[in-house]
Design a protein around this ligand. Structure first.
Ligand code: CMX
Length: 133
């Protein structure tokens, strides 16, 4: 699937206003971008840690993915995103391996990346995202 590196780790939080200063203190680096992704029903905040980013995710709708996750499990790690050369190709290869796709084809996510998710039921409880420029 040509996975290059861990692009980001997504962390569900109740409040970006509260958690941005906390992560700035913890990581010793400023939040460099805040972006709302309307179709994902989230507001995101990004930090750089070497080649990998930390993406904080605040729900904008209790019925969205993050709203439901927080309601069920509380705050915490939500997904791991792997950088690939081509998200659509990675999704097709994952499907050939028998993994269940949430996205049959890639869609536009935060930072303009092409993203696609695998279902955690087929990846032993870890929500995996592929992303590519
Ligand atoms: N990690 C691991 N397991 C998860 C999970 C997560 N992040 N989110 C849900 N699950 C589990 C649920 O606990 C449930 O398990 P059980 O059946 O054992 O209780 C199972 O997955 C199915 O859950 P569900 O309630 O039937 O389905 P949901 O409506 O909660 O949807 C999911 C789950 C993963 C399909 C949905 O959240 C999704 O489509 N996610 C992809 C998109 C996304 O996460 N967007 C937000 C981030 C956007 C961004 O980064 O920009």
């Amino acid at each position: 699937m040509n996975i290059n590196h861990v692009e980001h780790i997504g962390i569900a939080v109740r409040s970006l206003d509260k958690m941005i200063p906390y992560y700035e203190m913890l990581l010793g680096t400023p939040c460099y971008a805040i972006e709302e992704i309307k179709d994902q029903r989230v507001k995101t905040a990004f930090f750089k840690v070497g080649q990998t980013k930390i993406e904080l995710l605040e729900s904008t709708d209790p019925e969205g993915a993050i709203g439901k996750f927080i309601e069920k499990k509380g705050e915490g790690i939500h997904h791991i995103a792997f950088a690939t050369d081509d998200t659509d190709k990675a999704l097709q290869e994952a499907e050939k391996m028998g993994l269940e796709l949430i996205d049959k084809t890639s869609r536009r996510g935060a930072e303009g990346l092409n993203i696609g998710f695998l279902h955690p039921k087929s990846t032993h409880g870890v929500l995996i995202e592929f992303c590519a420029k």
